[in-house]
Design a protein around this ligand. Sequence first.
Ligand code: XMP
Length: 510
Amino acid sequence: MILIIDFGSQFNQLIARRVREFNVYCQVDAPNVATLDYIKELKPEGIILSGGPCSIYDENSPQVDSAIFDLGIPVLGICYGMQFMVSTLGGEVKRSDKREYGFAELAIKEPCRIFEGIESPTQCWMSHGDSISKLPEGFMPTGTTDNTPFAAAADPARKFYGLQFHPEVEHSLKGREMLSNFLFDVCGCQRTWTMENVVKSSIEEIKTTVGDKKVILGLSGGVDSTVAAVLIHKAIGRNLTCIFVDNGLMRLNEREKLEESLTDKLDLNIKFVDASERFLTALDGVSDPEQKRKLIGNIFIDVFEDEAAKVEGAEFLGQGTLYPDVIESQSVFGGASDVIKSHHNVGGLPEDMKLKLVEPLKYLFKDEVRALGEEMGIPDDLVWRQPFPGPGLGIRVLGEITKRRLDILREADAIIVEEIKKAGFYKKVWQSFAVLLPIKSVGVMGDQRTYDYTVAMRAVTSKDAMTADWARLPHDLLARISNRVINEVNGVNRMVYDITSKPPGTIEWE
Ligand code: XMP
């Protein structure tokens, strides 16, 4: 395995993605987690010191114990990571207020294992202020750019390599090859990180942690909780009880479809709790978005706790927490005390449930979770489901929520999803759904004047939901959807397409 020490660069998760694409397991840890003892126990084949926003001269610049350089483990320092290594080992870094940012031509100066098989010059991508002015003893310069004499350096005897640029970004055209050279030629890693192995080792780990105790898990039908549930089920069978809360805010036939795939096909032990009356009664007359969210969240917790209490002897809570949440909850600059913040998902379950956590996906990225789901034979429609918010259609019926308005939205949404799937866009967009607006407008159908609701369609592309853009869908697809919704859904006479990006908009309307 490879240890990536996170000095705060925005590209850290990308380094991890790249390493795992080569079927090599890696972990990203904050400097205050990666202590000397921790690294000795972890026994990584190699260490990557990441970039970061700081100068090594900043008062609170992140650091690791300099003794990591005495462990005999190969080190690749990237950007700030290279500067940290160089200055720690006796070289010099020159302070600069000016940043070098963007493309540069890297001329390879010396044969170097990192550059094996790569022709000189090669395009790389820079983003740094300070730069190295003197290398430590044992190091030689291996690459230069017009502005950076020590754009790459190496101490081959100790297997220390430094790159001032970012090999992990696509703009560094041969970056993948450089990382691959480090992993396989320098560190001698093996390609053992395959989904087949992940399934096997996760099951073993769950068995060891949980033993013959019982686990409960809040199942939403989303890919994360479903894959987590199937994995735990494979490890402990009927000792896993999944609790599925029907809040009455689900999509057309959603619960029935989930019951069929999860219970019939995957044989999960699921308690379906129909709490729809309770949710809808509480939401009666509520139109403020924040109030809706709070109400829905609180009732969910109440219902879940009640049901969980009925599972006798449950000691563990299973959760589908993913690696990005874990990485983001580590503090790069903080002291040891504020390292791990809570990262409960599932619409926020209370901390006082006194259950130990089982989080079998906490070292996986979203695409790996999907691959794991496929590996375990979970049906495509579950593995590739688009994200759906915890408060469900409650935040897509704008204004007051009534049974009738929910039904209108359900029908319109089903048509949108059906047509999007038919046209092959379901996996290409991040989300595609309907929103029911709280306004009515005048129209004409046949010879009749109509006065009905407007449905807005939202379809966005995104990588992580932090930013998003409205999807440029073909006009004939939009026309087909609009025709069908207006003709088939009673109560709707107008449809609009949302062309707002995020920011400034959000993906959901409430
Ligand atoms: P926004 O609307 O903030 O949404 O751009 C970003 C992503 O998060 C989803 N979302 C939620 N997911 N509980 C969830 O589990 C929620 O309360 C919630 N609100 C928004 C949204 O669908 C999008 O994918």
